[in-house]
Design a binder for this molecule. Structure first.
Ligand SMILES: NC(=O)c1ccc[n+]([C@@H]2O[C@H](COP(=O)([O-])OP(=O)(O)OC[C@H]3O[C@@H](n4cnc5c(N)ncnc54)[C@H](OP(=O)(O)O)[C@@H]3O)[C@@H](O)[C@H]2O)c1
Length: 432
């Protein structure tokens, strides 16, 4: 390839991240030219509504509502996709790649659902797709998996990768707020969207885990492979009891490789309070990675926001520009190993916390212990938390030792059949 002294860029989207990226590229142009050896010029920016008032100081002449002005322009060599959502972003990325353009994207949904096909397509067309900002906003994660950790067999990932839910859980824990009030506060501060489903039901975290697990285990992991449970059923009581027992409650994205099989799951979990993950509060993200050579590594930082996310997007653009300016071929796209099996969710083994409302009378604990014992589940502690003398009910918290998920679910069904068990109020896995 011929060395370049100037590279033209098409930007798809000028929202939270797009505006940060445009501003960074415009303001730091001379610095980037000296670091990469070529000038970077934004030729066009696609928006949905050209008449919309925008805070970003971007020349109006750059804006267009016609994607063809970017995708059909043979001078544009790098397309930065920052529109979000599956469509039309996926179509536009395919069109850019098939017309020989490199793509930088922050789109976790497209990468999680279509990543391997898009990367093969890019390889066939001799271009790259970079997606550092798709997980962890400003935290370097994709590049370390591609490069610095490549010599490792990764055994596990444990991550807090959704800032919105971590903010809500922090509020519930520190201020004793119910879920809906903490959610409302997050919405007022702009941390949660008007329709919060994607975050609170953990779809967003599952997309990100699918991207991370694919990189970590070098095997194709899709969102549909991931067990997913959101945070909307958690109650202030559980936070209080967890704290008394020495735990925080976090939405964890977990990937593990055991005996050649991958387990991937996103769900609320009790995390021992002395672990660093338990101390990650507010909108911050953290990802623990465990490799056979490196041991445990922690990545921590801002998982969202205009400028932190722009840091990752622009880094990918500069990486491409450095290669193109010298005529070198950009870094190859990631290669996967032979596919690994997925462990059925029922086969995972973990510990469990149960909050159960029972009849306050002799023999009930023995009945519960028998049901659990029949399913080979042993109890590590039984604590009576509250009792209501007039109603003759009591609330107990049970912590188990390691047990198999399928056995635990069967035991739960049998517990619910006991006439002395009124309600299983909470059922939370314990990690760490
Ligand atoms: N926000 C964050 O902190 C963050 C962090 C990490 C990753 N990401 C990812 O970054 C991407 C962008 O997120 P964002 O928060 O910047 O989104 P956003 O604020 O909603 O901005 C989306 C932009 O894309 C344009 N757009 C959307 N659909 C379009 C269409 N069909 N045709 C033309 N233009 C269209 C919008 O145009 P108008 O301006 O005219 O409406 C807007 O400028 C997403 O994939 C997101 O998951 C975001």
């Amino acid at each position: 390839m011929k060395p370049k002294t100037s590279i033209k860029i098409g930007l798809l989207g000028l929202g939270v991240v797009g505006a940060g990226v445009a501003q960074t590229l415009l303001q730091k142009g001379p610095l980037f030219a000296s670091r990469t050896g070529c000038t970077l010029e934004i030729k066009k920016i696609l928006v949905r509504d050209i008449a919309k008032k925008r805070g970003a100081a971007v020349p109006e002449a750059l804006l267009t509502m016609d994607a063809e002005e970017i995708l059909g322009d043979s001078e544009i060599e790098i397309v930065i996709e920052l529109m979000g959502g599956e469509q039309p972003a996926h179509d536009y990325i395919c069109r850019a790649v098939s017309s020989g353009k490199h793509v930088v994207t922050a789109n976790k949904e497209v990468l999680a659902k279509h990543g391997p096909e898009l990367l093969s397509m890019a390889e066939a067309h001799g271009v790259s797709i970079f997606y550092e900002a798709s997980v962890g906003g400003g935290i370097p994660l994709i590049a370390p998996f591609r490069q610095e950790l490549i010599a490792n067999e990764i055994h596990g990932i444990q991550a807090i990768i959704n800032g919105t839910t971590n903010y809500i859980l922090t509020k519930m824990s520190q201020e004793g707020l119910p879920f809906d009030i903490a959610l409302k506060q997050a919405q007022e501060l702009g941390y949660a969207e008007a329709d919060p489903t994607n975050d609170v039901e953990a779809h967003d975290a599952a997309y990100k885990l699918s991207i991370l697990a694919t990189l970590a285990f070098r095997s194709d992991v899709r969102p549909a492979d991931i067990y997913r449970e959101g945070i909307s059923r958690l109650t202030p009581k559980d936070f209080k009891y967890a704290q008394e027992l020495g735990y925080a409650i976090k939405l964890l994205a977990i990937g593990k490789l055991n005996d050649g099989a991958i387990q991937v799951r996103v769900h609320p979990a009790l995390v021992p309070i002395d672990l660093l993950l338990a101390k990650v509060d507010g909108v911050f993200n953290a990802v623990y990675v465990e490799g056979d050579l490196v041991g445990r590594v922690l990545f921590y930082g801002q998982g969202a926001g205009s400028l932190p996310t722009s840091s990752s997007v622009v880094a990918n653009v500069l990486d491409l520009a450095q290669s193109l300016s010298t005529g070198a071929t950009p870094r190859p796209n990631i290669r996967l190993d032979a596919p690994k099996a997925l462990l059925p969710f029922g086969d995972i083994r973990t510990r469990y916390y149960l909050r159960v409302s029972v009849a306050d009378r002799p023999g009930v604990l023995a009945q519960i212990a028998k049901v659990l014992g029949d399913h080979l589940i042993s109890i590590s502690s039984f604590i009576q938390k509250e009792s209501d003398e007039s109603a003759q009910t009591a609330e107990i918290v049970i912590m188990t030792h390691l047990a198999q998920e399928s056995a635990m679910l069967a035991a739960r069904t049998d517990l619910e059949k006991l006439t002395t068990v009124y309600e299983i109020g909470s059922f939370i896995r314990v990690e760490g």
